[in-house]
Design a protein around this ligand. Sequence first.
Ligand code: NAD
Length: 257
Amino acid sequence: MGSPVTMITGAASGIGRATAELLASTGHRLVLFDRDENALSETQKALVDGTEAIAIAGDVSDEFDLGDMVQRTQDHFGRLDAVVANAGINGVWAPIEDLSPSEWDETIRVNLRGTFLTLHAAVPLLKRAGGGAIVVVSSINGVRTFTNPGATAYSASKAAQVAMAQQLALELGKHRIRVNVVCPGAVETNIVAGSQIRNRAETEVPVIWPQGSIPLTDGRPGQAIDVAKVIRFLLSAEASHMTGSPVYVDGGQGLLR
Ligand code: NAD
């Protein structure tokens, strides 16, 4: 079979980029997908020398872009072994009466429809390869705790990703395809730095990692590499008896709520 071919959405930044760099260093061949074409080519340049990788610009909520990604994967590599469905946005966080239907739709479109479309397009290639592994990047907001008032659409999209992944674990087990979920807590990436946390009522803006909110490691927030290492494990043969599992990577943040 040779080195596994792994597709990563949202590979231009944060957790997706750290995962690309880590997997490249352990011999994966990569399909990198993101809507930010310039940053995506930076990720490609940062990979360890000799990595075979293709970079494809597109939007995870557009089925034609994902069809193109799968076709180019097939044309270039002739196979696909693993998928990291990672692309996502915070969207707008606001009290429910201030969250417009179009803002709700945008978060659900990228985070939930995007995950569906990624797997809808990629699973036929995994089946053709005789099996594989999927990791969906959700959040502790989807399962363990709800840290941020106003994150209604975000939390709903992240919880639905977990349900989708567990349902697919059931469906795809007989095809030797494992489907697991990582649920990060606060991680220092662009999604946090640039988050559109809007509170139109102008009450207190939610804080992502208040003092004392992370029990482990002196309260440091997570780094993208912390999550990437768990993704690498879940994709590996070391995790061959795991499927349908949500795995928390949150320094214990969710325990305190
Ligand atoms: P990030 O902003 O650094 O990276 C997200 C990447 O996804 C970006 O490169 C962005 O361009 C891409 N992207 C966004 N919308 C897209 C679209 N429609 N089509 C294609 N690409 C798109 O953020 P991150 O923290 O690395 O986030 C990665 C995942 O981790 C997200 O699903 C996020 O919800 C999840 N997560 C992050 C945190 C955190 O604190 N950073 C916590 C829990 C979960």
